[in-house]
Every structure is written in C-alpha cells, then in structure tokens.
Ligand binder design. Structure first.
Ligand code: ZN
Length: 304
C-alpha cells in the first residue's frame, strides 16, 4: 500500500462523514430511522477495528503494536482492539493465558489512547478464567473477553464467564467458524454463539468472522438480538456486508480485520465497497462497537 492511496482513503472517509450528517437529518423524519440516527450521533464517527493480534509482525510486543498502528494510520483506523498475546495455544493452561494477557497489558500501556484489550480466557479452567477476567477487566484496563477454540461455547462451563462479563459490562468476542470441511475439535460455530447468547440476553456477544461460511453464519445468529456479526478474516467477497445488514440490521454488524494475519485494506474493502447508506457504514466501521463499549469505558473513566 502507498501513502497516497492511504491519504485518499482518509479524505474519502472524512467526506463520507460530512455526507452522513445530511443523511441523519433526513433519517430523523422517520421514527425507526431516527433511533439509528440518534445512536450514530452519539458515536465519534471514527473507525475502530474490533479484531487485531500481535502475531504476524516481528519483535517485542511494543514493536509489534507500533507496526499495527503504523499501518492503521495509513488506512485511517483510529482505534484497535488487541487480544491473544503471542502463544496462540488452542487450550492454554492458566499460567499461559495469564502470560499472554500480560503481554497485551504491556502493549496497552504503550498506547492507551489508540488500543483497547480483550482478555483471553480458557473455559476449560472456569475458576481461573473468572479470576483472570477480574484481574484484567475489573481491576485492569481491558474492556472485553476473547474466546477462541478451547471449547464449544454452548457448553455450560461458559456460563460463569458470561455472567461475570455481564456484571462488568464487558463484551464477549467468540471465534466462530462453519468450515466447508469438519470444524477443528472443540471449535465453536455461530449456532453455538447464539445458544450461549440466548442464555445471557444482557451480554453483547460478537460472532467473529461471520462464521467464515458467512451466508450460514449470518443466518445462524439472526434470531438472537444480542449477537453481533463481525466480518474479519475471510477473503473479501462482494455482498457479505449487504447480506449481514439485510438479515441483522446495520446495528448488528461490526468491522474487524484480524490483522496482522490479514491486511486492513482487504478487510476494510468489504465495508467501503458495500452498497450501504453512509449512516450504516459509520455504524459498522465504528459506531456499533463504540456503543457496545461505551458503558464499560464510562465506568473506567475513559473519555472518547
Ligand atoms: Zn483472530
């Protein structure tokens, strides 16, 4: 990617922000649209990436974070949510997930105005996970939970973690795949996320990667309103964001990249090239995740 392209993208985004103000005024004439417009008006209009990792770059954690931010700057992305640390073990023992979270905590200290963290937990170790949730979210700066492939997430062992996250107003991002080959052992799919979320209606769940097989993954969470679909990580495909908006509403669709495993440019293209109104695009690029995190950020005294 080249700087000239990045500046063009940033200018395009800024211009779109100005257009969105006009859209909001028009939308305010319609009662149902006014609600969406009101939510939009409370957001900063900035771009937040809900799914990034420290892997994919060389160096220390802080050097990797600098690389993540350098490319984010080129693409006009304001804030990144980081999780998983370095080890990427599918079912880490408690000492390992604590070490992974320590790595993220050190990185957050380096750029608190740009980075947010989600705590990585392993529901095979429920008590230790709840304690880690308290350490990193209740007593630390993190604002959400990341769950990966340790356990199918409809398992009742997830319930104490979801309850604690709800008490802390933390959102839960769950890796969710429907593969065209059999899933990995213990890997969750969007149907599992929907099952768990239905048991915890006051907690916001993010179904990552729109389930990879996204036509199935989007429909798989449709019936449970506290599940949001996130579009990171799979190859850009025309129509995915339009389908998500059609099936779930723009308020339930969230941009993420899966950087450094994926480029920001390829993942942003899913949203920037989609046939959307500008208010819908703003919700997906940042407004929705900002709205979901606002209560916990407010509790922590973080100003946006
Ligand atoms: Zn990821």
């Amino acid at each position: 990617m080249f700087d000239a392209d990045a500046q063009l993208t940033r200018r395009t985004l800024l211009a779109r922000g100005a257009q969105a103000a006009g859209c909001a005024a028009l939308a305010a004439q319609l009662p149902w649209a006014a609600q969406a417009a009101e939510r939009e008006d409370r957001s900063s209009g900035r771009v937040w990436d809900v799914h990034t990792h420290l892997t994919g770059f060389p160096g220390t954690g802080k050097e990797r974070a600098r690389a993540l931010l350098k490319y984010a700057d080129r693409m006009g992305i304001d804030r990144l949510i980081v999780f998983l640390g370095f080890s990427r073990m599918p079912s880490p023992p408690p000492a390992q997930f604590r070490e992974d979270n320590d790595e993220v905590l050190r990185v957050l200290e380096a750029a608190p105005d740009r980075l947010f963290g989600f705590v990585y937990l392993n529901p095979n170790y429920v008590e230790e996970s709840v304690r880690e949730l308290d350490r990193c979210v209740r007593d630390g700066p993190m604002v959400g939970v990341k769950l990966w492939i340790a356990l199918e997430c409809n398992d009742p062992r997830l319930d104490p973690i979801a309850e604690r996250a709800g008490q802390l107003k933390a959102v839960i991002l769950q890796h969710a795949y429907w593969r065209t080959v059999p899933n990995l052992p213990d890997e969750s799919h969007p149907g599992h996320v929907a099952e768990l979320a239905a048991r915890h209606p006051d907690v916001a769940f993010i179904s990552a990667h729109s389930g990879n097989d996204w036509e199935r993954g989007i429909r798989g969470v449709r019936a449970v309103p506290n599940v949001y679909t996130e579009v990171s990580g799979f190859d850009p495909t025309a129509g995915v964001v339009e389908m998500a908006v059609r099936e779930l509403g723009a308020e339930r669709v969230i941009y993420g990249s899966d950087a450094g495993g994926r480029s920001y440019a390829s993942q942003l293209s899913k949203v920037l090239s989609a046939d959307l109104s500008e208010s819908q695009r703003r919700l997906i690029l940042g407004g929705n995740i900002e709205r979901l995190l606002r209560p916990i950020l407010t509790d922590k005294g973080i100003q946006l």
